[in-house]
Design a binder for this molecule. Sequence first.
Ligand code: GLV
Ligand code: MN
Ligand code: MN
Length: 406
Amino acid sequence: MINRDRQWQSHMEMAQIGATPAGGVCRLALSDEDRESRALFVRWAEEAGCTVRVDRVGNIFARRPGTEKELPPVMTGSHLDTQPLGGRFDGAYGVLAGLEVVRSLNDSDTQTRAPIDVVVWTDEEGCRFTSKTMGSMVFTGMVSEEMVCEVLDPDGKSFGDELKRIGYAGSEPCGGYPIKAYFEAHIEQGPLLEQAGIPVGAVVGAQGQRCFIITVTGEEGHAGTLPMDQRRDSFLGAARMTDAINRVAFEFDPVPVATVAHVQVRPNSRNTIAGETKFTIDSRHPDADTLAALEEKMLDACRDIAEDMKLDIAIDRTSVAPPVSFDITLIDSIRNAAKELGIQYMDMFSAAGHDACKLAEIAPTAMIFVPCEKGISHNELENATPEDLAAGTKVLFEVILQAANS
Ligand code: GLV
Ligand code: MN
Ligand code: MN
C-alpha cells in the first residue's frame, strides 16, 4: 500500500535541491540543481531495484522489470525541472508518485506482467530554452534531437552542451518503441478540486497552446536629448502591444488566456531609448478554432501598432500544441479505481500543459490530478497535503497494476 509519510519525506528531501528562501524551488532545466535532483532520483530508483537508462536528450527511465520482458512498458512520471520561482510539487509529484508506486509494489513483493518505467522528462517547463516539454517532444518524434540540442538559453549556452555538462547526455535512442499506457500524476495548478473538496481529478484532456516571440525594432537614442515626438521606442511599442493582446483576449467568450511575461530590452539602459524589445506571448484555449482566431487578432493588433509607431516587427511562432483528449479506457480505469478505493473524484480538463499531452500522440495516456492549496502554482507558495498526494498515488497504483497485468 502507498506509504503517505514516505512519499511526503521524499518530496521534502527533493524540495531541498534548489530551495528558495520563500519556500519554493528554483531548478532550471540542465542546471546544477537539475543534475542534483536527477542524481537523487536515480539513487532512489536503484535502491528500489530499478534499472536506469538515460536517452540522448537526458530523459531518465527507471525500469521495474515485469515477468514478461517482451511486453511494452507501462510508463508513469513527470519532470523535476521548475520555474525560476517555482514550487515544490509541479512536476516532482508525478515522478515521486511513480517511485512510490514502485516502492509499494516492492513492499508487497508484487510482480507485474509488463515492466513499469518511471520517467523523468527533460526540460518540461521551457522557461530556460524557449520551448517547453523538450524531452517528451523528442521522445514522441515531434522534434528532432539535433534541433533541441542546438537551442540556446539567454546566455548563449546550448541545450546540448548543458546536457553534456551535467552528465545526462545518455546513449539510448529517443523513443521508437511501443508503450502500453502512460499515466502522469500532477497537482492541478488551479482551484477546482480544492473548491469542490475532492481529492482526485480524472483528467479528460488539456487545452491547446500557441506561443510566439515578437521582436520589435525601433532606434536607440539619448533619453535626455531626443524629443518625444521623434522617437522610435521599441519598448513603448511592446507595452502597447501587450495591452492590445490582453484586450483582444477579452473579446472572446469564454475568455482565452494570453500572457506576456518574458521581456528582453536592448540595450536595457536607463538613459538610452530601447532600440529592440523582444517579448513572448503564451496563448491558450480548449478550442482549436478559437485559438487560431485569437492568434490572428492578437498578431494583427501588434502589426497595426508597429505600423502606427513606425517600428519594425518580426513574429516567430515558437510552438503550436493542439487541444488534447486523453484515452477513454484509461480515464475509465482512473474513475473506477477511485470508486473502488472509496476516493471521491471528478472529471476535469487541464488548463496547464504537460508531457502527457505529447505522450498522448503515441500511446494511450491519461492524467490524475490532486488539489493544490488555493490553486496556486508557478509560485514559491505552491502547496499540497500529504493526504491528497497519497490519494492520487493510490489511484495511480491501481491503474498501473491493472494496465501492467492486462
Ligand atoms: C507548464 O508548466 C505550462 O506552461 O503549462
Ligand atoms: Mn508540471
Ligand atoms: Mn510548470
